[in-house]
Design a protein around this ligand. Structure first.
Ligand code: MG
Length: 203
């Protein structure tokens, strides 16, 4: 399976990092080795002094597809979850400045927290899903799928032009504002519509 990640999909997060609103979705990949094993703490890699969380809704693909039309995209997923796209921001900044790929800063081991998935029937409206991230019991990120620049169905349509989607593939749909650094002993907790999706301890 592969993990397809979307960057710059919420205006407030684009503003906080001083980026431009992209014409097309920003897309990058993480390998399956990026998934943090369940119940494992996240170890800050030694090559970063500014390791940041990004909480994101995740879509799990349930059938094979290529060139998926936006109006049929809803048939390609049953479950939506929540996770973290961990980012070595200092390294990413250096790579961005040189125009180099982001993978070293984004796709390293443990960089993808994949929490619990919820059947989409749990949500009244896919384009109005509330989610948040708490750090040490305090809400640090708050998002809603209604604020996405590109909706889940638009993202599926767009990425399937480039990559054949396969069963089990995950799409991280971008983060809202509030990203910040983690330090040892922090505890992160992700919540979707009031339900806990994951808890991660930082080491
Ligand atoms: Mg992200």
């Amino acid at each position: 399976m592969k993990i397809i990640c979307i960057g710059r999909n919420y205006v407030d997060h684009i503003d906080e990092l001083g980026n431009e609103i992209p014409k097309d979705p920003v897309v990058f990949l993480k390998p399956d080795t990026a998934i943090l094993p369940k119940k494992m703490p996240f170890f800050i890699p030694e090559y970063s002094d500014n390791l940041q969380y990004e909480v994101e809704l995740i879509v799990k693909i349930n059938r094979v597809g290529k060139y998926i039309d936006k109006k049929f995209a809803h048939k390609y997923y049953d479950e939506i979850g929540l996770g973290i796209d961990f980012t070595a921001r200092d390294l990413q900044q250096k790579l961005k400045e040189k125009g180099l790929p982001w993978e070293k800063a984004k796709a390293f081991d443990g960089s993808a927290v994949v929490g619990k998935f919820f059947h989409k029937s749990k949500f009244n409206d896919i384009s109005n899903i509330e989610f948040s991230l708490e750090k040490n019991g305090e809400v640090v990120q708050k998002g809603n799928s209604s604020l996405m620049i590109n909706s889940i169905d638009e993202l599926i349509s767009h990425v399937s032009e480039f990559f054949t989607l396969k069963i089990g593939d995950l799409i991280f749909t971008g983060t809202p504002s509030g990203v910040s650094k983690v330090v040892e002993n922090d505890e992160l907790r992700g919540v979707v519509q009031g339900e806990e999706a994951f808890k991660v301890r930082i080491k």
